[in-house]
Write a protein that binds this ligand. Sequence first.
Ligand code: HEM
Ligand SMILES: [Cu+2]
Length: 533
Amino acid sequence: MEHHGESQGHHKSYLEGGGIGSWLTTLDHKRIGVMYLAATMLFFAVGGIFALLVRLELLKSGPLFSPDVYNKFFTFHGAIMVFMFIIPIIPAALGNFFLPIMIGAKDVAFPRLNLASYYVFIGGALLAFLAIFFGGVDTGWTFYTPYSIRSATSVILVTMGVFVMGFSSIMTGLNFIVTIHKLRAPGMTFHRMPLFLWAIYATAIIQVLATPVIGITTLLLVMERVLGIGFFDPKLGGDPILFQHFFWFYSHPAVYIMILPGMGIVSEVITVFSRKHIFGYKAIAYSSLAIAFISFLVWGHHMFVSGQSAWANFLFSILTMLVAIPTAIKIFNWTATLYKGSIHLQTPMLYALSFIFLFTIGGLTGLFLAALSVDVSLHDTYFVVAHFHYVMMGGTVMGLLAGLHYWWPKMFGRMYPEIWGKISWAFVFLGFNVTFLPQFWLGKMGMPRRYHDYGPEFATWNMVSSVGSWLIGVGFLMMFIYFLWSLKRGEKASSNPWNGKTLEWQLSSPPTTHNFDHVPTITEGPYQYGVLR
Ligand code: HEM
Ligand SMILES: [Cu+2]
């Protein structure tokens, strides 16, 4: 990709200069991205601790904690992981850092809005966290009515936190859509944009269109609790099923806010570590938009056993199977890119390959659950818990870790220790499968989710699953340590340690504050690796 932007001589890196104050008031998209990364990784650690507590309770049958406390543990685990970690982390942290650079721009379209979105996010998260000190929340992360109207726990604090964080998601989405439309460098046509940006673009559209619905839903819930207006509680003339429609009309598209950015990272990493032009660029690009569109048409598959009509069930089942098509296009094209590639098995590639393997299991078991007759018996069992962890952790988190290891040298100018990257990957990958594969069997055997105890027939696989969660814990602890260690002690990174072909690899590591000295001119598409003989 020809351009004249690379900075000559020493320019200050975006990391240098100014104290904490200059960070807290920064308008630099890179610094805002790093602040989002720090916050969301901290929330991930907290959500992970709640997960370990949940698994500790389930290690053996018989109560370790009281049922009330257990309900609060899995509710916090789910709510933190979904709203404070997996929805914001890739778009707001890595998207914020790399979107402007990858289109050849100095920053996002609205830097002040960008900083404001960060503080709105932190404000909403702190509001939700307050609930920990005011009796917790025991409704599950889905806040289903009528129980969430009547529960004596701090439902209002957490749902208001979700309400506020929603605004941050909308602000970020809006900023990215305008940036992609308005700030692309000369020659950077849509069909020359890296695939990560197509994924971020599709995600931003869902963020802007779907998030207002969870905002309204949580607001109505709080109004019913505070003012006693009957929206959802039958006692007050409301309809609890209406809440489920509202909740899932956002939360199903929301799972694509979670997975699409991870898919975008996999497209970048697979092509770079195969040293080969991606197979079917346009098909992958447009499959992101197709997924975003279909994601609005399938929310009813969460309600197959909520008493909706047979026709509605039939329709939502068919539409859900439809989403498998654009998803499969990505999986096939990534696999075709690997074919005859010159594969470099460094840590980013290990995570990208893990994504393809684990997400395929997650996706296929999603098809099982889309089949009405199967879902009737598996709904609310551990089969569902295993399914969404294979898509959210096996998918998004693996994609996130591929991106984090791929872009770490660029973001911080330091290499992470490759050998430890591989060892930690082995713990995370193995631990993940030991934790969640048995849960498919537990679910098929009939073990319901959200129970703090179980019968003797479920004992063996629960013990295996809990031991697996400790392996995951060790893997992530290692990762946190070597990433922090590398900031000061890691080997200095060159501008292009992976032989990448997109714009960020043309800049210094870390980049300068303004990214480019001159606006680059783009003359060809990304991933120009030439044809491998
Ligand atoms: C780090 C390893 C993790 C472990 C060991 C773990 C374990 C679990 C377990 C055992 C449950 C079921 C609790 C029950 O129904 O009684 C659960 C629920 C859940 N997990 Fe995870 N999880 C992990 C990571 C994640 C991640 C990365 C996400 C990302 C979004 C996530 C999201 C959820 C959600 C949404 C629920 C449902 C909570 C509810 O029923 O309200 N988990 N997790
Ligand atoms: Cu869904």
